[in-house]
Ligand binder design. Structure first.
Ligand code: PLP
Length: 370
């Protein structure tokens, strides 16, 4: 079976983790943590990095930083992972959903203005599958309405919007370093911000709101969302070769596009002129006239030994939110089509040219093109 998104680990990765273990600094303090936080923030053009246990907890911290009051709203795409919307709900807010752009699969920024109400506090952008969202219209809207912009850049390490790094464009950004992301710490995440006040509060929230002046005195309820120095050692090593990882992801995508673009019935990922996509995963969308949906395509590819993943299912289609009285009866046609017709092909860093050829031949056969 060709796996869908495997990490590629090196001897240097192993050496730094071993060095960390040997140093004895295996918990949530140490020089690898400092280097990873500072290095990642600098890479993205942000001032502060707060390493956390994963990308979902990074979103929980970002949501907590908004100080939402009951009924406060946060605008976000419906087409994303549940971590985004559940972080807002857990922080006491109401997610307000926006459909996707059919071309880029990102949040349709043209629809955001009409969703702003007096209760809107923030816009949460999610750069999906490695391609940036069109940020300038959103940043302009946010400035005009005094809204915080959160970027979930968990799938967009190294991606650029008009020459600026994703995760360095808004007020707060979040990353995941899960094993299938562009760089990994096994499990891990980060919150970035350029604001000193938000950084201090994020650091406190990450560590149970312990105080430096009087330990075990708490002004606020926090979390234990700490990352270990061992995980950060892996992150430091991975960050050193991020550019080569991005180059490899782009090469995999180019190879797929070259081989698949002649096949009828497939919509392939685009890269807008203002974007540098890092193609976290290579998604394909089956046109409805093929009569094949993503589930059927996944089944056929599996028979050929090719592992795939379906696209996200929109937040408005989630029973977990309907039970809370959220999004019932809402329709987002583009996201619904992506959810039914979209899947992604093996995109991991261990993938070689022969495997790409094999996957493309399997796609061709699965479309019954012989
Ligand atoms: C992976 C991912 C997350 C969650 O990260 P975890 O580390 O798995 O908790 C959040 N947002 C997006 C867009 C992701 O792709």
């Amino acid at each position: 079976m060709i796996p869908v998104c495997e990490p590629l680990l090196t001897e240097e990765d192993a050496a730094l983790v071993l060095d960390c273990v040997r140093s004895g600094w295996i918990s949530s303090a140490g020089r690898y943590l400092e280097e990873f936080e500072a290095g990642w923030a600098a890479y993205c053009g942000m001032r502060h990095g707060i390493a956390v246990s994963n990308g979902s907890t990074a979103l929980e911290i970002a949501a907590a930083l908004l100080n939402l009051q009951p009924g406060d709203e946060v605008i976000m795409p419906t087409f994303t992972i549940i971590s985004c919307a559940q972080a807002i709900v857990r922080a006491g807010g109401v997610p307000v959903l926006v459909d996707s752009d059919a071309r880029t699969w990102q949040m349709d920024v043209q629809q955001v203005a009409s969703k702003i109400t007096p209760r809107t506090r923030a816009i949460m952008v999610v750069h999906i599958y490695g391609h940036p969202t069109d940020m300038d219209p959103l940043l302009e809207l946010a400035a005009r309405h005094n809204l915080i912009v959160i970027e979930d850049a968990a799938e967009a390490h190294g991606a650029e919007y008009r020459g600026r790094k994703c995760g360095g464009l808004g007020d707060i950004s979040t990353f995941s370093f899960y094993a299938n992301k562009l760089i990994t710490t096994g499990e891990g995440g980060m919150v970035l911000t350029r604001r000193d006040d938000l950084a201090a509060r994020a650091r406190a929230l990450r560590n149970l709101c312990f105080q430096s002046t009087r330990r075990f005195l708490h002004e606020e309820l926090g979390y234990n969302f700490r990352l270990t120095n061992m995980q950060a050692a892996l992150g430091v090593s991975q960050l050193r070769r991020l550019e080569s990882i991005v180059a490899r992801k782009r090469a995999i995508a180019a190879a797929y596009t070259e081989r698949l673009s002649a096949l009828p019935g497939l919509i392939l990922p685009v890269e807008e002129p203002w974007a540098r996509s890092v193609y976290w995963v290579y998604g394909i969308v089956l046109e409805e006239h093929t009569g094949i949906d993503a589930a059927e395509m996944a089944r056929r590819l599996r028979e050929h030994g090719v592992e795939t993943r379906p696209f996200f299912l929109g937040m408005h289609e989630q029973p977990a939110f309907h039970k809370l009285g959220l999004f019932r009866g809402e329709r987002y046609p583009v996201a619904e089509r992506l959810a039914r017709q979209g899947l992604y092909l093996p995109s991991g860093l261990t993938l070689n040219e022969e495997q790409i050829d094999y996957v493309c031949a399997a796609v061709r056969k699965s479309l019954m093109l012989g």
